[in-house]
Unconditional design. Structure first.
Lengths: 239, 239
């Protein structure tokens, strides 16, 4: 552990940015497809709790297939087969795969303030996107985002755990105490970074979904409401 | 272009190693599943040229879904639906997904000489695995390979093109002229590295499949027959 007291005065050199639901909308695309999926499965029988079953299949498959749209599509296909006892027609399965294609092709919608703020951050810090999921898809999304010119790099993680953050920082020659991770997930973006001696700024994607609320530096990280408040929050670390 | 004459005398500091069919067997697992797939589809009609159709679907999907087992599984499902005009039963589709799970769980079988040779290389060079495909699966395979202790790092590329090699080398502070890439694919492992001023060593996975044969440094890269010849081939670069 490089360890640095939260709120200590070491200068920040590098800002890590989560991508899905931090830089651009992602969760609503999954929710939209889940709603379509529930309709599709319901058409083949009296099926309750489609979403719960899908979530259980996803959890199971996550350990095998990892994160991302392709694993989600495979989980939907398995769920449809299981819940309909094999009655789901092949054409509907083809439709589910087309939804996956649609998710890959979905245009990037940046969250408010992101474009200007990332450009502003890049004048003071190295800015590295650090995201989880499908390598190919995540790199495509960064390319389509228009943010690439402001970035020092893009890192796609198979898992956002302390060891992976440590490895990526080491590889880039970044001291943990000069690093801040910014993201919408306390579990993936904040806690593992605090554990290796870095700092965190939490931006809940939708405050109504946020299970945790922390104000100020109390638990070692900062929470802000909007992406455009980021430069100000970063400045407090250097105070 | 950093440009360095092929065969010039700059010292090699870093060896990049392709993974699938360079460090361990991979292609045979795909061939095995393709054979099962042809049987499965043939059971539902008089279907010729299953493999050709699958290959066409894969090519089309590659641009959307990228490389790896999950994309392969989705392509098999689409091919089965198309070739049987939707007559493929849902249970068979579940079977195809189980094949994907089986491929992910397949134990790593290192190629002859790899374990000893990678350990030996690590005493003289930084050794970085540079592979293409599914991030989660490739990192799992490296972890299961027993080679991790000898590696400086693992890089999974969405695409093995000159720009990606350049970006990875820059990030790691490696000068192209001190870098050698080793792999079974001339197109993915050798030519893009030569283009950015690095060196290449080609180890055909199965000489009966190799479409290209080059001896010596004629075209700017070396070809060797077996992985255990690698230390000797690397030594010729430093001569």
């Amino acid at each position: 552990m490089t360890g640095s007291a939260p709120g200590s005065a070491a200068a920040i050199t590098t800002v890590g940015l989560d991508a899905d639901d931090t830089l651009w909308h992602c969760e609503p695309h999954f929710k939209l497809i889940e709603a379509r999926f529930a309709d599709l499965v319901a058409a083949h029988g009296d099926v309750d709790e489609v979403n719960e079953h899908l979530l259980a299949v996803e959890r199971h498959n996550l350990e095998v297939f990892g994160y991302g749209v392709k694993g989600f599509v495979l989980s939907m296909i398995e769920t449809a087969i299981q819940l309909t006892d094999g009655a789901v027609p092949a054409d509907d399965i083809a439709t589910i795969i087309d939804w996956g294609r649609e998710m890959f092709a979905h245009p990037i919608e940046l969250l408010p303030g992101v474009a200007e703020t990332v450009g502003r951050l890049a004048r003071s810090y190295d800015v590295v996107v650090m995201t989880k999921g499908d390598l190919f898809h995540q790199e495509s999304k960064v390319a389509a985002s228009g943010l690439a010119e402001h970035l020092t790099g893009v890192e796609v993680f198979a898992e956002k755990d302390p060891a992976t953050y440590r490895r990526v920082l080491d590889r880039r020659g970044i001291a943990a105490h000069s690093f801040v991770m910014v993201g919408n997930s306390v579990a993936s973006d904040i806690l593992p970074v605090l554990e290796i001696g870095g700092r965190g700024i939490h931006i809940p994607y939708d405050t109504s979904w946020a299970l945790d609320h922390v104000e100020g530096h109390g638990d070692g990280y900062v929470e802000i409401e909007r992406f455009d408040l980021l430069p100000g929050a970063l400045a407090t670390f250097a105070a």
